[in-house]
Write a protein that binds this ligand. Structure first.
Ligand code: PLP
Length: 468
């Protein structure tokens, strides 16, 4: 492989591993690296390009996870005989999550993942609360925000998490961040070192995977079944991992709830190995049947769980507000780690969110959204089953914000998702959420912004057309 072709710019804002990933991907899609061709080993490419092995490994891991490269053990790594989409542009993190590209200030795409119902947000109430706060702004509120977050918001979260998620914590344990991804960055900075190994749900949330790989973590895929992440499989693949990232309430993306037995096994492993569990509780508020399930953190007698939540699903993503609850033993470490980072979310947003919670609007809003989502989910399910019949199978889970429409094994869901994107539809291919080559096929389709039965019907009909 010629060095000049792969010259990488350290001054560019794109990380080196990502530049390498893009160059290799281009070489595969334009035929310079044909299917079946063996690629250089990590060690030899690193020395050829004068890069660290970790950087090359990261680029290779991403290409493997997207189906471009195929690891064959001692026989080396080859270009996959079936490239996912030889002509398509390199997927960016945002399009991979089914979210709108950065430059967009447009309404959400139908099926776009990770969005609450933006048409149903109480804009007027929010504007009134914001105006009240703006008028009363003190000079302290114009100062830099406290790096660990607004104290009033932390107090409001202590009560909310205690009542709704069964978590007993103190305000000092809470760190406010801009987003879940930034929360992961903070955890890496505070507790982990590049090269650390962690369990990652298979399939699992692509944006978290990207962020952790970008921080230099090594991820071991651990399969998910009907009881959540398979802890036994985790032990046998890497018992001494430093951390595990899990979504116990509604596994992302399958929606499965982790059983109590699995939770206990995971906690026992973390205690024994002094490993960290990162609990991503991104949409637990949206449960449509049965009792709410307490957070894994509520069982954390040994202080191994880092609990993460976000306001992007329960309020709106543009607010850029998320939070982390750390074990009591780690407060000082996290306080140190936040120094030198930015100052977090704007004080005004944090203050308005606090009022929204404390004045009872939050609880009312969630109650309304639960009823609305239950109805929207049912509309979409019926419409999909009507138009697509036995070409799909829908696993209806107890909660969540999207449907998983499974496709027959081997179906090319990546191409289908790309065609859907060209037709103006969001959503995402299930197979793209796997790290290893053993993937299942399906479409992840959000129902939160499907406004009524007629809308659901029209969208399902468009999808059906693409599948004929
Ligand atoms: C599995 C999962 N975790 C966390 C989040 C929250 O991320 P953020 O705070 O960046 O919106 C999302 C958003 O879609 C998600 O799907």
């Amino acid at each position: 492989m010629s060095n000049t072709r792969l010259r990488l710019g350290r001054t560019q804002s794109v990380p080196i591993y990502r530049q390498l990933y893009q160059r290799l991907r281009e070489a595969m899609t334009d035929g310079r690296l044909p299917p079946g061709k063996r690629v250089p080993s990590v060690r030899s490419l690193a020395s050829e390009l004068n890069l660290s092995r970790g950087t090359v490994e990261l680029a290779y891991q991403l290409l493997v996870s997207e189906g471009y490269l195929l690891p064959r053990g001692p026989a080396g790594t080859i270009v996959s005989p079936h490239l996912p989409d030889a002509m398509g542009p390199a997927p960016t993190p945002d399009t991979m999550a089914g979210q709108a590209p950065e430059s967009d200030l447009e309404p959400p795409q139908p099926f776009q993942l990770g969005l609450p119902a933006l048409d149903a947000f109480p804009h007027k109430l929010w504007a009134r609360l914001s105006q009240r706060r703006l008028r009363a702004q003190t000079s302290a509120e114009l100062n830099y925000p406290p790096p660990t977050g607004h104290p009033a918001l932390k107090r409001a979260l202590v009560s909310y998490l205690g009542v709704s998620r069964g978590i007993a914590c103190q305000p000092e344990q809470i760190f406010i961040t801009d987003s879940y991804r930034d929360t992961l960055g903070l955890i890496c900075r505070a507790l982990l070192t590049p090269g650390d190994r962690g369990w990652f749900e298979e399939p699992g949330y692509v944006m978290a995977r990207e962020r952790l790989l970008g921080e230099g973590m090594h991820l071991t895929p651990v399969s998910v079944d009907g009881e959540g992440v398979n802890v036994e499989a985790g032990y046998s693949r890497d018992a001494q991992a430093r951390f595990a990232v899990v979504t116990p309430t509604h596994q992302s993306p399958t929606g499965v709830t982790m059983t109590l037995a699995r939770r206990q096994a995971l906690l026992a492993w973390a205690k024994r190995e002094a490993a960290w569990i990162i609990e991503d509780d991104y949409d637990s508020e949206y449960r449509y049947r049965g009792q709410p399930v307490p957070a894994l953190k509520s069982l954390d007698g040994d202080e191994r769980v880092l609990y993460t939540g976000t306001f992007s699903k329960v309020l709106f993503p543009a607010i850029k507000l998320a939070y982390l609850v750390v074990p009591r033993t780690q407060i000082a470490t996290f306080q140190r780690a936040t120094r030198g980072l930015g100052h977090g979310s704007p004080t005004l947003n944090q203050a308005v969110a606090t009022d929204f919670i404390e004045e009872g609007h939050f609880a009312r809003h969630l109650k309304r959204m639960r009823a609305l989502y239950q109805m929207r989910r049912e509309h979409l399910r019926q419409a999909l089953e009507h138009h697509l019949g036995d070409r799909i199978h829908i696993d209806l889970q107890a909660g969540g914000m999207h449907l998983l429409a499974r496709l027959p094994d081997g179906a090319d869901d990546v191409t289908l998702a790309r065609q859907a994107a060209s037709a103006g539809l969001g959503g995402h291919a299930l197979s793209a959420w796997y790290l290893s080559a053993a993937r299942q096929s399906g479409l992840l389709l959000s129902f939160t912004n499907v406004t009524d039965a007629a809308h659901a019907d029209a969208l399902a009909a468009r999808l059906a057309e693409l599948m004929t």
